[in-house]
Design a protein around this ligand. Structure first.
Ligand SMILES: [Zn+2]
Length: 423
């Protein structure tokens, strides 16, 4: 955020609006209301009680008691959506920290990161794995406005196989046992029970680690860890409860199996091949590429941050990470925006746009991936992802036109989330 103070100070001086105002008239030089449309000329967006009520050409002022905000030289864009973040953690850090830091610390770290995320223009995030209550506490905190941050759709602890990515590994057996989240499962019956447990405890989405992972201490490869029947049980049970399933997956056969089982989104998807892509297209499975995660971990190689087993896995994945999303696009796989923030510094989320472009995605598609398409993944397409009347007032202001160059979203000057201005 480069200039919010100047803009808001100007608004306050000119109009002396009360801070309790529930109606805002937001004047911008241009509005990109929808990633499928074009940039407008000067326009005014009116917001009442957290909802967008109108968009009109030209500048209008707020009614008596409302506040008029002039975003000079700015384009108003729908608030961005990141479908894969870990708010309660920061990058690097020794794996043994989970044995010495209480879960509550995750809420403190998460409050800091929620603010960094929303200031970067991300007004909705999907929390992709945390301790039992930490992400849920943050979700309530931003909803009630007690802390500054985005709308949070949260998974809570991921389901994993015993000792797999997402479970605890690397400690003495008795320590692993104590630190376990209680969400590892074996067999379709127990896995169904764990989905129901996650739902009971407040999950908005079910996260599973379908294959091995890069940053965990387990060195058992990147292919499918859950069996086909376990994944089908997880998907069917989640869907019966109205929940979607997001699956961490790297290996091609693991991706293919997860898609066939009915998993809704593949997170990372690194070693996706044509057969896996075909299965995803057939089932409408969406890829969340998290290119920033690969960038983030590569930046930290050779600094003694990761253990040798993890360093080996990162080096193996780095080259593929530069090309797999472009291939997925060519094969017709639907792609939505997600970064894995937490693996790199929160607030750098918009760096993903340049990486998507470098693999051949157009500016318009990249903007859609983080607005309308991400909203569809969340089944919130009538609530967020557009500047339209009736929608939640989630908007950001930037210099330039993101339909021409989506990387202008790396510098966000002004943010409104749920009708609240981030000051
Ligand atoms: Zn992740």
């Amino acid at each position: 955020m480069r200039t919010p103070t100047r803009l808001l100070a100007a608004a306050a001086v000119l109009f002396a609006a009360p801070v309790s105002a529930q109606t805002y008239a937001i004047q911008a030089d241009s509005v990109v209301a929808d990633a499928s449309g074009e940039a407008s000329g000067p326009a005014t967006v009116t917001v009442t009680d957290g909802r967008i009520v109108s968009i009109v050409d030209g500048f209008q002022t707020a009614p008596e008691g409302g506040e008029t905000i002039r975003l000079e030289g700015q384009t108003l864009v729908p608030g961005l959506i990141d479908l894969h973040v870990h708010l309660t953690g920061d990058p690097g850090g020794d794996f043994w920290r989970e044995a010495v830091e209480p879960a509550e610390w995750g809420v403190v770290v998460g409050a800091k990161n929620a603010e960094a995320t929303v200031r970067a223009g991300f007004t909705t995030v999907r929390e992709a794995g945390s301790a039992q209550q930490t992400a849920f506490a943050l979700r309530r905190g931003t909803e009630e406005g007690l802390i500054t941050g985005p709308r949070i759709v949260a998974a809570g602890p991921p389901l994993a196989i015993i000792g797999g990515h997402g479970d605890v590994t690397g400690f003495l057996p008795e320590i692993n046992e104590i630190l376990s989240s209680g969400y590892s499962c074996t067999g379709p019956v127990e896995c169904a029970a764990k989905v129901r447990r996650a739902s009971q405890n407040g999950a908005n989405v079910i996260k599973i680690t379908a294959t091995g992972g890069v940053l965990s201490q387990q060195g058992r490869g990147l292919e499918a860890h859950f069996t086909d029947t376990e994944m089908k049980s997880i998907a069917d049970t989640a869907h019966s409860l109205g929940l979607k399933v997001m699956a961490h997956a790297h290996g091609a056969r693991g991706i293919e199996a997860a898609s066939r089982a009915g998993i809704d989104t593949i997170e990372h998807g690194t070693y996706l091949d044509e057969a896996a892509a075909r299965e995803m297209v057939k089932n409408g499975t969406v890829l969340i590429p998290t290119l920033m995660a690969f960038q983030g971990v590569t930046e930290r190689l050779g600094q003694g941050i990761y253990t040798p087993v993890v360093e080996d896995k990162i080096r193996a994945v780095a080259e593929t990470a530069k090309t797999f999303m472009g291939k997925a696009m060519d094969w017709g796989v639907p792609i939505a925006f997600g970064t894995d923030a937490g693996v790199f510094e929160h607030g750098r989320n918009a760096g993903e746009f340049a990486l998507m472009k470098s693999q051949g995605m157009s500016d318009r598609d990249a903007l859609a991936s983080a607005t309308t398409r991400a909203a569809e993944v969340l089944e919130m397409e009538n609530e967020i992802g557009r500047i339209a009347s009736g929608y939640s007032a989630d908007m950001i202001a930037v210099s330039g036109n993101p339909l021409r160059d989506v990387t202008v979203l790396e510098n966000v000057d002004w943010v409104m989330v749920r009708g609240r201005i981030v000051e």
